[in-house]
Design a protein. Structure first.
Length: 151
């Protein structure tokens, strides 16, 4: 098989794996990512493969190491932080997962990371409930009240 054909096949397998993962079919996704990584190892494929082996095979130490390597090679991709955070959650490390998720959001806005954080982090009620959470007035008043120890 030529180089470009193997790249195309790896891309196809990666897309198929991502689709299976989004549908909750972890074992199917694992198979696709494993084949893709054998054809063309990329940080992104390694990152998703890592999450699958942690979830399906319980190989969490290896999974953490694969994700950390993916982050070293391609630090600007929030998907690596998403996968590492999910692996840390499997390990029962909620605090570490939240830190990793937040680090990932520092690179790009990832809706899946935001959803994970919303699920994990319980927020205090709004200071001014008639304003949205993102409203600067709500943020500032909440910040001031927190500094004063009232909230």
């Amino acid at each position: 098989m030529t180089q470009s054909m193997s790249n195309q096949e790896a891309d196809r397998l990666f897309a198929k794996g991502l689709n299976a993962l989004n549908q909750g079919r972890i074992l199917s996704a694992l198979s696709c990512f494993e084949k893709a990584i054998n054809l063309e190892p990329t940080p992104l494929t390694a990152s998703y493969f890592a999450f699958c082996i942690a979830k399906e095979r319980g190989q969490r130490r290896k999974a953490v190491s694969l994700c950390e390597e993916a982050i070293r090679q391609d630090s600007g991709n929030s998907a690596h932080y998403l996968n590492l955070g999910r692996i840390l959650l499997l390990n029962g490390n909620k605090e570490g997962a939240v830190k990793v998720f937040r680090a990932g959001l520092g690179y790009e806005n990832n809706a899946t990371i935001v959803a994970e954080l919303d699920r994990l982090v319980t927020r205090k009620p709004l200071v001014l409930p008639f304003l949205k959470r993102g409203n600067p007035i709500n943020k500032y008043v909440g910040f001031v009240l927190a500094k004063l120890g009232i909230r």
